[in-house]
Write a protein of this length. Structure first.
Ligand code: GDP
Ligand code: MN
Length: 345
């Protein structure tokens, strides 16, 4: 095996020098996908690219989850894409269901109200999906024993060779949350999310760290600025989502009803939690991983990074994104200052 060090000296956000892991050294992690039977070809495309760019050499298992049984046709279609292990799981009605305080009747009313206000405004399954991705997936029997996960979706693209292990890289550098794209959320989908976040904060100040990235999601007015990490790609140390802080945060939000009566997405929830619970040294922008999900793409413009990629940096959303720029510039915020703004707003 030819050993090539990652040229980290040229990567602006990387602080620690790093060599490729020895063959066989991996974390306890998996690539996790929630997917419908009807999305077989879209997922085959995503897996083909991720296998070719990375995973055929690193051999991480896949965990495919669905709210219905996977068909034989689906399994056969996936089997031709990877020699790595694929584990199939179905969700029960706790994981794929309503929040405890929410009724199907009131949900119907709200979906009707919101159906023309934003994408998926009238979709019930989208609500189940967002709730599952926010607070449930890491408890699933096929996920709960994993330390790390890399989320994958159908119809995404990976443009760059990844010739090191991003999981190991994160672990060895103390990162807990990794992302590629950071857009702005549609405000009307999360109208009361920040109000309920503040309510949770006020009751759980003892669970907050002394310094955090809260600055990234909150302006000096103490309000949410809609910045979030696009969670269709995320590599996460799952201890974040299994922490008491995250668990109580999700339960608080779940009781508030916004997964159904609004359209709270997993992305802003994961992101607000990461920002409030982690500091800057624990969140990593994978600038070297060129990636596209319908709507936005990231293509590295740094010449060394781009040498491994097949994408056009001029088309990259990320260098124009205000939230991305904010992430590059933001400093940690002290807990006392954060709480002061939370109480004032
Ligand atoms: P978007 O990325 O917000 O536009 O939403 P997607 O339609 O891509 O859904 C996000 C992820 O959840 C994708 O991996 C989908 O395959 C999956 N997903 C969405 N709705 C359902 C559903 O009803 N059932 C299943 N099994 N997966 C779903
Ligand atoms: Mn998607």
């Amino acid at each position: 095996r030819h050993k090539v060090p990652l040229e980290v000296g040229r990567l602006p956000s990387v602080r620690v020098s790093y060599d490729k892991p020895a063959p066989g050294e991996r974390v306890n992690g998996a690539i996790v996908v929630l997917v419908r039977n009807s999305e077989l070809q879209g997922l085959r495309g995503s897996m083909r690219m991720l296998e070719d760019r990375f995973n055929r050499r690193y051999g991480y298992p896949y965990v495919l989850l669905n709210d219905e049984e996977f068909t034989q046709e689906f399994r056969d279609g996936i089997a031709t894409i990877t020699k790595n292990e694929v584990r199939y799981g179905v969700l029960n009605s706790t994981m794929w269901g309503y929040s405890p305080t929410v009724t199907p009747e009131e949900t119907r009313v709200k979906l009707e109200e919101n159906k023309d206000r934003y994408l998926y405004g009238g979709s019930l399954s989208y609500r189940f999906m967002c709730r599952f991705q926010s607070g449930m997936f890491f408890h699933h029997p096929l996920v709960r024993d994993l330390d790390w996960y890399w989320r994958l979706e159908p119809d995404v693209k990976y443009f760059c060779d990844i010739d090191y292990d991003p999981f190991v890289y994160m672990r060895d550098n103390g990162f807990k949350y990794g992302f590629t794209i950071a857009p702005r959320e549609i405000r009307s989908t999360v109208e009361t999310l920040w109000y309920h976040t503040r309510e949770w904060v006020k009751k759980h100040t003892h669970l907050l760290p002394e310094k955090s990235l809260a600055n990234w999601v909150m302006g000096t007015d103490g309000h949410y600025n809609m910045c979030h990490f696009w969670s269709n790609f995320e590599i996460v140390d799952l201890s974040l989502y299994r922490s008491e802080a995250y668990r109580t945060y999700f339960e608080h939000l779940d009781r508030a009803g916004g997964f159904f009566y609004e359209r709270w997405g997993a992305a802003p929830i994961h992101s607000i939690a990461a920002a409030l619970l982690l500091n800057k040294d624990q969140v990593h922008w994978f600038e070297d991983i060129g990636y596209e999900h319908p709507g936005n793409m990231h293509c590295p413009r740094d010449a060394v990074m781009h040498a491994r990629c097949v994408c056009d940096p001029a088309r990259s959303y990320t260098y124009r994104s205000a939230c991305q720029t904010r992430f590059a510039k933001v400093n940690n915020m002290q807990k006392a200052r954060f709480l002061q703004l939370i109480h004032q707003s």
